[in-house]
Structures are given as C-alpha cells and as structure tokens.
Design a protein around this ligand. Structure first.
Ligand SMILES: [Fe+2]
Length: 352
C-alpha cells in the first residue's frame, strides 16, 4: 500500500486502510473501490491523503503503533471531554486513566515500535486527533527513556490533556485563519495556566500530570511561556510533550498554514529547533519516528521516484525503497537498500 494525495487517485483504485470520521464512525471501508462520489465525501471532510493498494506498492505493509480502534476510542473520548466540558462538570478522570493505560499496554506489547505517521488527519478536528498523537508520541519517547509503567501513565494522562486549557479560550481566536494580534496571542498563551488549574482542581489526577499542561510551551533555551523556564527547570514530562506537540503540529494542516513534510519536521527538531528542546529527549524521540514514512513517495538524487518499503533504524535517512519510475517517468520496479548503496540518496518527498 502507499499514501497518496487524494487529488491524484486514479478512478477505480482500491482503498487500503479504513478511513474514520472524528467521532470514530467508518467513513469508508478498506477494500472499497474509490468512486468520484466517495472521494468528494472524503474531501468534504477535510481529508487530503489516503492509502491505496495498487501494483506499484504491492507487498508494502504500513502499521500503526497502536490498534486502530484504540486510537478512535481515544479521539472520541478527548472530543467528548473537550466539547462537553463546562466549569460545573468534572472531567471524567477515570475514563482518561483507563484509556491511557490501554495505550500504554499496547505500546509496551509492541516489540518493534515505529511511529510512521499512519493516521489520516482531518483539518476540522485537529485538537482531538492532535491530543491523541501527542500522547502516543510522548509515551514512545518515555519508553525510550526507560520509564516504568507508573511514569508512563502519569506522562500519558498529562499528554492527552495537555491542551485542555483551550476549552477556556474563545473559538474565534483558536480557529482564526490568519495571523493573531499580540493581544490574541497573549490570550492563547493562557491555555497553559488555565489547563493546569483545571487539572489540578479535578482532584483525582496525578499532580505531575497537571504540570504538563502548564509547561508544554516552555522551551529549553528559556524562550517559551508562561514562566520562561529553561533547561531542567522545566519538568521532564513537559519537555517530552513539547517535542511531541511540535512534531504533530508541524506535520498537520492547520487553518492558517499547510503541513510540512515529515522529513522537514525531523530536520527542524534535530537541527534548527534543537535549542528549543532537551537533547536527551530529542535523541529518544527520533529513535522511533520515521524520517520518510513507509508507504510514502520519495525522489532520489538520480531523479528516480520510489516508495519507501522499510525504515532503517540505524540510518533513518536511508530507508529501503522501491524505485517505481526512472528519471523519464518510465515504469520500473527495483528495490534498493539506501544504507548499503551510498551513492543514491533521498532528496525530497515525492507526492505520489
Ligand atoms: Fe498547547
């Protein structure tokens, strides 16, 4: 299977992964033949990419790090909390704890954790899917850092609720499609303190989890907010969620900007933005995240076009690829391991 831009899907192509709506319902089942009306339905839901099965990608498998149903349950739960909550209600802490435990258990049972950016993102429900992705990415990083189950649960709960304070920020500011005024940005910054207060006052959460809401926008060099803490003054869990939050935000389309390509975000986190993050946390994070997701298209320095077949843990920028078109766009089918053949390398992502 391969991941493609929805505008390039040939008529009659077969859907390789089920597409879900933000409330967990099935929009289109895996295996269905994609008619024009189905594609329109997906586009109307803000879906821009899907997975296809075709002869170019035969035999290429793409796996999510957790079960599809667990992911959907988690998104639905976050949505319920973040749309149903009012100050007089209590957050259903028990449900959140159970959900996070389930995600932790699934991740710990997975002996080959690889975050492959498999989910199909929609624009309108960004916050809910984002919360779940940040939770998963943070937990993966925590596993890499050798956390025990208790630490993982504390981390996961704070991570999935890290943006809960946005409940208290006016929607028109959160969804504003253009640049914010200074005052509006100051208002958005308050979601950290407000989130911390909400979680702290819920009374049934680990205090350390509440600090994640407060500290996830602090930056390692002291350039963050709300307290401009730096280095180890920032709680470790918040330093982890900061990386996960930025990674998922930059790989997602937002109302005010298009997403970056996964390898550009990887580059940002490991080089340009490096001073924002704890280097030890970044080291653990990148061990489990693909630079070029399996099933995605890449352009090689030879001008050949290929699909990523397998991630190389030791050399993440040099995956195993299947060349599907030569430099003249003539059909080819040849697999090469870029960690073995050093004269060939990836120069960019290729929108298949
Ligand atoms: Fe945030």
């Amino acid at each position: 299977m391969r991941r493609v831009n929805i505008d390039t899907v040939p008529p009659g192509a077969k859907l390789a992964r089920t597409v879900f709506s933000s409330d967990g319902g099935v929009l289109l089942m895996q295996g269905v033949e994609l008619r024009e009306s189905y594609l329109e339905l997906l586009k109307n839901r803000g879906i821009t990419e899907i997975y296809l099965d075709d002869d170019l990608s035969a035999g290429i498998e793409v796996h999510d790090v957790i079960n599809e149903n667990t992911r959907n349950e988690a998104v639905t739960l976050v949505k319920r909390i973040m749309t149903g909550y009012s100050f007089s209600d209590a957050i259903d802490v028990e449900k959140v704890k159970l959900m996070v435990s389930k995600i932790v258990d699934e991740l710990l049972a997975n002996d080959d954790i690889l975050y492959n950016l498999t989910e199909i993102k929609t624009v309108d429900d960004y916050t809910f899917e984002h919360s779940v992705n940040v939770c998963i990415l943070s937990l993966i990083t925590g596993i890499g850092l050798g956390f025990d189950t208790t630490q993982l649960r504390e981390l996961g709960i704070g991570a999935i609720l890290h943006d809960i304070g946005k409940l208290c920020i006016p929607r028109e500011i959160l969804k504003k499609p253009c640049q914010l005024t200074v005052e509006e940005f100051e208002e958005i910054k308050r979601h950290t303190v407000l989130g911390y207060e909400l979680l702290k006052n819920s009374g049934q959460l680990y205090m350390v989890s509440s600090y994640i809401a407060l500290g996830h926008h602090e930056r390692y060099d002291g350039s963050g907010y709300p307290l401009r803490l730096k280095n180890k003054e920032i709680q470790l869990y918040a330093r982890i969620v900061a990386v996960a939050d930025v990674y998922d935000a930059l790989t997602s389309d937002r109302v005010y900007r298009k997403r970056l390509k996964p390898h550009e975000v990887y580059e940002y986190i490991t080089s340009l933005g490096f001073h924002h993050f704890d280097p030890q946390v970044v080291d653990s994070f990148v061990k489990f995240v693909t630079v070029y997701p399996v099933g995605s298209g890449v352009l090689l320095n030879t001008r050949e076009r290929a699909i990523v077949v397998k991630h190389n843990r030791k050399m993440p920028t040099r995956p195993v690829v299947r060349i599907v078109y030569d430099e003249n766009m003539k059909r080819r089918s040849k697999e090469i391991d870029l960690s073995q053949d050093k004269s060939i390398f990836v120069v960019d992502a290729w929108e298949v």
